[in-house]
Design a binder for this molecule. Structure first.
Ligand code: PMP
Length: 283
């Protein structure tokens, strides 16, 4: 494998960053996880915009254009002869003198790594085998007043602590008031009496790109949707539950704590619509 490090393709074993890099030392970095279908990145504009917003939160003015970043992703895919892939793109504030206060990002570290994934779309294969097992965990989401949830930074300790609590596939996290937020790396949806529900972004929730695509697909299909504030009991009472993220796409939830769920018709409809969209756009 070859990865892209600071403008150069290097063998994966030689793809390293400085031990004084602020991304390593403090998690002072922004990243995006993307998915390429048949050689092009899904929803590039949305990912580029979210990355820009993360960098804005961090005041990380790295000077790399969206087009430059996209070319680096393309070059990495081509170098590895990959058309269907996981892509992770990171920008750190680089190496700076040893103090916490950041200086200008004159020499940011820019890394693109890729890994093979199965084909997506209508004739595709999901990256998961079974519906997800999910457990509500004790670790609460960091309030956005402490760390803005819409910033996708290298500091994922909140989600890591949540995952350490459970052997389930995903940890469902609550905010400090006990309201349902999201998974450690996924957004939550549930269906009750034919209505699709998802927690509002007014809570400490990453605005998932898959979440937003699924909401659009639901709208196109005339599925009634509510965005709100929910308790774990609301989710337990649901007829269907699913989680979304870039790699999983739409993943049904098979159980939440000790409650089992069937893969329901609205989950199926949205997963099919998602595949059809990917097929139409990419293959
Ligand atoms: N929430 C969190 C905390 C995440 O890390 C992710 C994965 N990026 C998501 C939600 C889902 O976002 P997306 O659909 O953009 O992958």
């Amino acid at each position: 494998m070859q990865f892209h490090v600071n403008g150069t393709l290097v063998p994966a074993e030689e793809a390293t960053v400085n031990v004084r890099d602020r991304g390593f030392m403090y998690g002072d970095a922004a990243f995006e996880t993307l998915r390429a279908y048949d050689g092009t990145v899904f929803e590039w504009d949305a990912h580029a915009e979210r990355l820009d917003k993360t960098c804005e939160v961090l005041s990380l003015d790295h000077g790399i254009s969206d087009d430059d970043l996209r070319s680096r992703i393309r070059e990495t895919l081509t170098a590895n002869d990959l058309r269907d892939a996981y892509v992770k793109c990171s920008i750190t504030r680089g190496v700076q003198p040893g103090k916490l206060t950041p200086g200008p990002a004159d020499d940011p570290t820019v890394v693109v790594i890729v890994a093979e994934l199965p084909r997506g779309g209508t004739g595709g294969e999901s990256v998961w085998n079974d519906p997800a097992t999910v457990e509500v965990v004790k670790t609460r989401r960091v309030p956005s007043k402490a760390l803005p949830a819409h910033a996708k930074t290298h500091n994922y300790l909140n989600g890591i602590l949540a995952r350490l609590e459970t052997e389930a596939d995903e940890a469902l996290m609550l905010d400090s008031a006990g309201t349902v937020t999201e998974g450690a790396t996924s957004n939550l949806f549930f269906v009750r009496e034919g209505v699709l529900h998802t927690p509002s972004l007014s809570g400490p929730i990453l605005p998932g790109i898959t979440r937003s695509v699924v909401l659009e697909l639901a709208d196109e299909d005339g599925i009634p949707t509510r965005i709100g504030r929910y308790t774990p009991a609301d989710v337990r009472d649901a007829d269907e539950v699913f989680m979304t993220n870039t790699t999983w796409e739409v993943r049904p939830v098979g159980c939440l704590d000790d409650i089992a769920f069937e893969v329901g018709p609205i989950t199926r409809e949205l997963a099919t619509a998602f595949d059809a969209l990917v097929e139409a756009r990419h293959y």
